[in-house]
Write a protein that binds this ligand. Structure first.
Ligand code: SF4
Length: 420
């Protein structure tokens, strides 16, 4: 039986695709192993979003190829789509298979050496997804926005969406099997579109309405959504019911209109500000998380200051800070980069502000009641889970049991409440 190990880099979409790949390979009889040492095949699901991501991928490929048991190192994902020739020459064991759907077929070529066990329709393997309490599911792929710094549209191609019927049916099954939260995931999620739903603009909300009406899932989180996709329909939905978690990840990237224009982003700093205001008018405790790029080539110190001021004003509960790095083939590639020291200093200043805001968000919630889905129970009598606001908490079981709203002996998957 072929034994394989998957190493995943990058975003939530890649993580979901790796999980789906596990499921597909296990169905075909391949055996998932916990480390490279035991693997016949190393599969590396790559990310090429930054220069740093590329560097890590190459390092991993060289490392995987050195393992004596590895018959082949299969490279898939975004780097595989863009850098086939460059990656293939790193080592003779390296095989580039950009489309994950082709990997099972690829492995079956080796069936004389390490056969896949056939007949998986009758396999008793329980899809990993069904054992999980919170689970991301991919509903959209691709991006056609072409932000000037971003290589993703070249790697992922045009927008496509999983049909609403399929999404709803999957969530129904997951909810029936004990999943409490699904995280709707996509490369550009707000572009979700299904012709059977309403207009394109309202498609994501229409999908949410179907999930609300046709499944028993307890809660839904949106992995990331562009500011322009926070529509009035979506805000009405957020106001009307409790299906959506009180957490939005909305990439800001810059607080300077000049830089946003250069980046080919489709909103101004003030439009972003107004969007956050509307969300907080509906549910004031909503956690807002974001991405910021520091050191974009045309970012002057004044532009950086504008971003810094907007970040302070909004007070995000978490910020992912990216130091700008040029990507070959993007529109920004031709721009002269800032001095690395400037980028480093700006990143550090932003990091300090981000840490202060994160603490501020926690402190502002102290004393309030939050809902937790229990995802882990530990031997030391503690439970760990995630709140609707995306706080990860570990609490003594005795504390949870002492609340009249909760079961006396909380179990995995239970929805409990606690005071922060
Ligand atoms: S919206 Fe912009 S940053 Fe996001 S994937 Fe598309 S091009 Fe890249």
């Amino acid at each position: 039986m072929a034994r394989y190990f998957i190493k995943t880099f990058g975003c939530k979409v890649n993580q979901v695709e790796s999980e789906d790949l596990h499921e597909a390979l296990e169905r075909r009889g391949a055996q998932r192993v916990a480390n490279l040492l035991e693997a016949d095949f190393a599969i590396v699901n790559t990310c090429t979003v930054t220069g740093e991501a590329d560097r890590k991928v190459r390092k991993e490929l060289r490392k995987s190829a050195r393992f004596p048991n590895a018959i082949a190192v299969i490279v898939t994902g975004c780097s595989a789509a863009l850098l086939k020739d460059e990656l293939e020459v790193l080592d003779e064991k390296i095989q580039v298979v950009p489309d994950k759907k082709d990997i099972a077929t690829y492995l079956s070529k080796y069936s004389e050496v390490v056969p896949l066990v056939a007949d998986l329709e009758n396999s008793k393997v329980l899809p990993a997804a069904q054992k999980r309490i919170r689970i991301p599911i991919k509903v959209q792929d691709g991006c056609e926005d072409f932000c000037s710094y971003c290589i993703v549209p070249f790697a992922r191609g045009k927008c496509s969406s999983v049909g609403a019927d399929e999404v709803v049916s999957k969530i129904k099954k997951l909810a029936d099997a004990g999943t409490k939260e699904v995280i709707l995931t996509g490369i550009n999620l707000g572009n979700y579109s299904d012709a059977t739903l309403n207009s394109r603009a309202a498609s994501l909300t229409a999908l949410l309405r179907r999930i609300q009406n046709e499944t028993s899932i307890h809660r839904v989180r949106l992995s990331s959504i562009e500011p322009r996709h926070i529509s009035d329909e979506l805000l009405d939905f957020y106001k009307e019911n409790n299906l959506l978690c009180e957490h939005f990840h909305i990439p800001l990237q810059s607080g300077s209109d000049y830089v946003l224009g250069d980046m080919n982003r489709s909103y101004s700093a003030d439009e972003y500000r107004q969007t956050i205001k509307k969300i907080r008018e509906i549910k004031p405790n909503t956690a807002i998380t974001t991405d910021i790029i520091v050191g974009y080539p045309s970012e002057s110190s004044d532009d950086f200051q504008q971003t810094f001021e907007l970040v302070k004003e909004i007070s995000f509960s978490k910020i992912h800070i990216f130091r700008y790095s040029s990507r070959v083939g993007t529109a920004a590639e031709r721009l002269k980069p800032l001095h690395p020291r400037t980028i480093r200093q700006r990143a550090q200043a932003m990091q300090e502000q981000a840490a202060a805001d994160e603490t501020h968000y926690y402190e502002s919630r102290v004393g309030s009641e939050v809902e937790l889905v229990i995802e882990e129970l530990a031997k030391d009598e503690t439970a760990t889970g995630t709140t609707r606001e995306y706080l990860r908490l570990t609490l003594p079981l005795s504390d949870l049991a002492s609340s009249p709203n909760n079961a006396q002996s909380p179990q995995l998957g239970d929805i409990v409440t606690t005071r922060l």
